[in-house]
Design a protein around this ligand. Structure first.
Ligand SMILES: Cc1cc2nc3c(=O)[nH]c(=O)nc-3n(C[C@H](O)[C@H](O)[C@H](O)COP(=O)(O)OP(=O)(O)OC[C@H]3O[C@@H](n4cnc5c(N)ncnc54)[C@H](O)[C@@H]3O)c2cc1C
Length: 420
């Protein structure tokens, strides 16, 4: 029997992990990537956190408040909406508001845990297989300016730990003890505690290693090949590209924040919307050895293979590209009180990455309606790295067994049905 072929559309995190799992299961895989190299989109730009424990879905009243505030004072806050973009993101926002209430929020979190519970084990397997070789486990240091804020943050993580995905947070430390852990902390870091269970890595290194491993195992990688449309005809799937049609046995749509235009012609209204995030590199006198979470700023700092990355922001301006003026400065102003010995003007590597956001914070994973050979795997919001490995196993199940492997919680049609 000839080896079954699968074409993966998009060489970002979800596409590459899916390709890896499909090769493991014996499929002949081709990856089609729109950009000039693997790992476009948000794949290399992110924080590198593999954080199954801290994976609450984005839609919540706090985020709604932040978004409204940013409409009133443009450029402020961490969840940014621009009035100009409202017509383009209205469909997403309407459904986001509907998902922000208590019950829907906690149901979505439970659903995300279905994937998250598998993350740690699957990532450990990738470490054992030497696909991942830089996983860091020193803990996340949660920093706060006041003891009240630190207590509240610890209480929230304590309740997260009851979900069973991480141990309880360690006791609160005062500044002197914090400085023993991280000598480069600024004055805003008065109280803090270590949270364990979440780990981190350099996502760019991971993309490179996955790419080499796939190529060495015979995967065809077609770069500069944007897929324009996907359709199933009988038992074959056709992918339209600028240089002609690629025919294959199955297709996986993993085009991140660009996925919606491939989904709509298949009858799926996923409302996948780019939520841009930004990161840059600093060169501190005392590089941190933990991931640092800086109070309520929603800015984080990741030590990354000799570099120190600062990351944050979710901006919905209706486009996946472009770094608006001033955004990096806002992040620097938020981070500066927490770190000393940093020349903020000497930062490098300023980057933008579009997160594929969905209205309920959950990914869309499943077969396209009436097209069992077209598998959708996108909409991983802020958690694409954390959820990539369990998503890949579900993708491979769907390729193997078609819609019989559907997990209803991630049904790509869930917003389409509500529209009717
Ligand atoms: C600042 C920032 C920090 C983040 N931090 C974390 C974190 O710490 N942990 C975490 O889990 N997640 C994090 N994320 C989110 C994570 O990066 C995303 O969820 C993840 O990258 C989504 O994976 P993806 O494969 O769906 O999309 P991407 O990784 O963006 O990849 C999509 C790929 O598809 C390609 N493509 C697009 N259209 C086409 C087409 N038509 N044909 C072919 N190819 C196409 C793109 O070029 C790209 O290579 C962060 C994101 C940002 C921006």
């Amino acid at each position: 029997m000839p080896t079954a072929e699968v074409a993966v559309v998009g060489g970002g995190l979800i596409g590459l992990f899916s390709a890896h799992e499909l090769v493991e299961r014996g499929y002949a895989v081709t990856v089609l990537e729109a950009g000039g190299g693997l790992g476009g989109g948000a794949a290399r730009v992110n924080g590198g956190w593999v954080c199954p424990a801290r994976s609450d879905p984005l839609p919540s009243w706090g985020v709604v408040r932040d978004g409204i505030r940013s409409l009133v004072s443009p450029g402020r806050g961490s969840f940014l909406l621009s009035a100009r973009a409202l017509p383009r993101v209205a469909g997403y926002l309407a459904r986001f508001l509907a998902s922000s209430g208590g019950q829907t929020f906690s149901r979505s979190w439970d659903d995300l845990d279905l994937l998250n519970r598998r993350t740690a084990g699957l990532v450990d397997e990738l470490v054992a297989a030497r696909v991942i070789d830089d996983l860091q486990d020193e803990g996340f240091l949660m920093l706060h300016p006041t003891s009240e804020e630190a207590e509240a943050s610890r209480a929230s993580l304590l309740s997260v730990s009851r979900r069973g995905l991480c141990p309880p947070p360690e006791p609160i430390l005062e500044r002197r003890a914090l400085l023993r852990l991280e000598p480069g902390l600024g004055d805003a870091a008065q109280f803090g505690f270590v949270h364990r269970g979440d780990r981190w890595l350099d996502p760019s290194r991971l993309v490179d290693r996955l790419g080499s491993s796939l190529r060495s195992r015979g995967v065809r990688v077609l770069e500069d090949t944007p897929v324009l449309a996907v359709r199933q005809r009988g038992t074959r799937v056709e992918l339209a590209t600028r240089s002609g049609t690629v025919e294959t046995g199955h297709a996986v749509i993993a085009a991140g924040a660009w996925s919606e235009h491939l989904l709509r012609p298949l009858g799926i209204h996923g409302y996948v919307t780019p939520g841009k995030g930004y990161s840059f590199t600093i060169h501190p006198e005392h590089p941190p050895t933990h991931v640092l979470r800086l109070g309520d700023t929603h800015v984080g700092v990741t030590p990354m293979g000799g570099r120190t990355r600062v990351l944050g922001m979710v901006e919905l301006d209706g486009t996946p590209e472009g770094l608006p003026a001033g955004r990096i400065d806002v992040m620097k102003r938020k981070a500066a009180p927490y770190l000393t010995g940093v020349d903020w003007d000497a930062s490098t590597d300023e980057q933008v990455g579009p997160r594929p956001m969905t209205p309920d914070g959950k990914p869309l994973i499943g077969c396209a309606p009436g097209a069992d050979r077209v598998v959708v795997a996108t909409g991983h919001n802020m958690l694409g790295l954390s959820l990539a490995a369990p998503t890949a196993t579900l993708v491979a199940d769907l390729v193997e067994r078609g819609s019989a492997a559907t997990v209803p919680a991630f049904d790509p049609m869930r917003f389409t049905r509500r529209r009717r």
